[in-house]
Write a protein that binds this ligand. Structure first.
Ligand code: FES
Ligand SMILES: [Fe+2]
Length: 442
């Protein structure tokens, strides 16, 4: 357990807050490109407790500016999208995509007041289905050479979903390899041939064992955590008792992402992005090392479980997450259906808006969480001391040389665990249609 003061420091995200200032030093997912594919590409964005509006102007360029008009605060989401910017409908003040006021049609002829008026604005870039914003000081860091950014658009599918809880508990479920044996336990095994686009429904590595069975039968993983350039690598070992070991490598990408294997073909890189202190979005990039991603199918699968335009899940606290005690007795550990996202959502939302960590009791399997909090505390201290160049991926390491991260399930036959991961990852990368080669795969 930790003190209330430390819990506040690690979780709060508004301007000037400890963790919020760390998060602002990294590109943040702001919206899906899908959200702008409408006749009028203007969407509200609430990010790190700040209210913003994202739009694509008439020359196709993106702008992210303050949601409230600098004149008297009207909502710019209802703005007129015209003349390469957004015009407030209240008195017609017109802003370009950098947030500069360029016209005040009701002010006296010749007035130059507009030159002094600026809205908040943040740099944005679009990459593989996600619009990213940089809300921190100075020059934004370069994007690392991660697979989700290197792969062509055809091989990456992006989606998001709203969770009504603080971002840190959402992230912490992703660096807790033990929970998969319980929270995501299926009492029956589905045919792995029906596994497309789903987590934990494939066969385990090169075996005939469904992942569901492996997770169910071996619930006490040995978990090792290593620090890396990008964050943490977590290795969960499940010893099968016949000389073989299942090796699952997942990652924490600093500050708030994870990268995990989804199936033999795909990985998931997932950011847990704070909307504010009490809400977050997961933004996932599903990256295929095999065929182009079937985006239509993956979008349909997920839209069935979410409502637009806010991507709120249809199963939620208001309907008990679809909880069914018969299903819990016979089919799933939670009784909340087969979609593992709902299981994670229940786990993190049911803690309360911000988990009260003064009452928690961390065990051995929480080693990833303990190590991550240590990294976050060090980053908070560095930012407070003005040492931004001590932060992961801002510390002089060439972002172009930060690859992967390797996220992989494999079976070690001979006990050489690192070699099993390396060989299996190499096989996936060498057969890939896009350049997925990395210098040192493990
Ligand atoms: S409030 Fe926007 S122009 Fe007046
Ligand atoms: Fe999970």
């Amino acid at each position: 357990m930790i003190s209330q003061q430390l819990n506040d420091s690690l979780t709060r995200v508004g301007p000037g807050s400890d963790a919020g200032e760390v998060l602002r030093r990294y590109w943040q997912p702001a919206a899906l490109s899908d959200e702008l594919m409408t006749g009028r590409p203007v969407v509200p964005v609430r990010l790190l407790g700040e209210d913003l509006v994202l739009f694509r102007d008439s020359s196709g360029e993106l702008g992210l500016i303050g949601r409230h008009c600098p004149h008297r605060g009207a909502d710019m989401c209802y703005g007129r999208l015209e003349d390469n910017g957004l015009r407030c409908p209240f008195h017609g003040w017109h802003f370009d995509r950098t947030g500069q006021c360029v016209e005040q049609p009701g002010e006296p002829e010749g007035s130059r007041m507009h030159e002094q008026i600026r809205s908040t604005s943040y740099p944005v870039v679009e990459k593989n289905g996600i619009v990213w914003a940089y809300m921190g000081p100075g020059t934004p860091p370069a994007f690392p050479n991660f697979d989700c950014f290197r792969a062509p658009d055809t091989h990456v599918f992006a989606f998001k979903g709203l969770w009504q809880c603080n971002w840190l508990q959402a992230l912490e479920v992703g660096i807790d390899p033990a929970h998969a044996s319980f929270l995501h336990r299926f009492l029956q095994d589905e045919d792995p041939a029906d596994s497309y686009g789903k987590q934990f429904r494939d066969k385990a590595a090169n075996t005939e064992i469904p992942m569901t069975k492996l997770l169910r039968d071996f619930p006490r993983p040995e978990i090792n955590v290593d620090e890396t350039d990008y964050g943490l690598r977590l290795t969960a070992l499940r010893h099968l008792g016949d000389g073989r070991t299942h090796v699952r490598v997942t990652n924490q990408i600093f500050p708030e992402a994870i990268c995990i294997p989804m199936s033999r073909e795909m990985t998931i890189t997932q950011w847990h992005v704070p909307v504010d202190d009490h809400n977050c979005y997961w933004f996932s990039m599903f990256t295929s090392f095999g065929d182009p991603v079937n985006k239509t199918l993956m979008r349909e699968q997920r839209l069935k479980e979410h409502r637009l335009p806010d991507y709120a899940p249809l199963k939620n606290a208001a309907n008990n997450y679809g909880y069914d005690p018969d299903e819990q007795a016979n089919e799933t550990y939670t009784g909340m259906g087969l979609d593992i996202n709902v299981h994670d959502q229940w786990a993190v939302e049911s803690m309360g808006a911000i988990q009260d960590r003064t009452q928690e009791h961390l065990g051995k399997t929480d080693v990833g969480i303990i190590r991550y909090r240590r990294m976050l505390r060090a980053a908070i201290d560095a930012v407070k001391a003005g040492r931004d160049d001590d932060l992961p991926m801002r510390n002089g390491t060439d972002p172009a040389a930060i690859f992967g991260p390797v996220s992989n399930d494999s079976i070690a036959e001979d006990g050489d665990l690192a070699a099993a991961t390396r060989n299996s990852d190499f096989a996936r990368r060498s057969g890939c249609a896009w350049d997925a080669s990395i210098a040192d795969p493990a």
